[in-house]
Design a protein around this ligand. Sequence first.
Ligand code: GLN
Length: 305
Amino acid sequence: MCETLDNAIKYGLDFINKGNTASYIPELRKVDPHQLGISILQSDGSSLSSGDYDRKFTIQSISKTVALMLALMDRGQEYVFDKVGMEPTGDAFNSIIKLEIRQPSIPLNPMINAGAIAIDSLIEGNDINHKFNRLICFFRKICHNDSLWYNEKVYLSEKATGFRNRALANFIKDSGVLEGEVEEVLDLYFKQCSIEIDCRDIAMLGAVLAMDGISPITGKTLISKNICRIVKTLMVTCGMYDASGEFSIKVGIPAKSGVGGGIMAAVPGKMGIGVFGPALDKKGNSIGGIKVLEYLSCEMDLNIF
Ligand code: GLN
């Protein structure tokens, strides 16, 4: 299986020259686009890695799955899905258009930026530090990694340039979706997106989802089966943004990407996969990462459909 991972990386490397790092976040523009790595964590707790699997990168939109789980635990399914929908958009992850043309004016799902910002406003806590601490503690528990923290430079870079996210947040504040103060919720969102991880961390997140909430390391239940099911379903329909349909056909594994170059995938009952390749395609998904997953899905027969 080690050889399969090495071959998947070799295959993916041929595509990365066609992509670019996320240039709209100045700190991410500086990242070396030639990196590509993978880790898998299997249901028995064993792991395998290849390529640049130990490089640190920011989690970006993959964090939306963690925030959603916490909000569902805090507020319950009914309350959460009253504020945010369950449908794919067919638009870019940072698009505002559907908020304006659809009624009710709620974000269509928790995996787009507007939806994730709304979800952040539902996380319980006395203030923003308390909310972020709850989120990072929950995430550390899932990843079995107490050293997880956010990258200050990326956080400040997003905060300084996140005009589009500010527009989305203000829009959903106006329509009564966002709870609390706009700038505070955005602060939580920018911090959460800047959490630094490596492939092993997101393979662990994927594995916990794959095992219906049970940690393959400790055997403890961390998340309910129902919440895992909701998150995996949204990963299939919306996890790769407006490329989710194509990804489902070509790879067929619930997955969530981030503009930091990560893709977290959960193969139900079998394993979690973490991939990192910061060169992105036009839709903001890791170009090499998708190819690595395509290769693995085919070679290891992982397509769930
Ligand atoms: N922090 C990024 C943003 O808000 C996250 C987007 C992404 O990973 N697709 O634009």
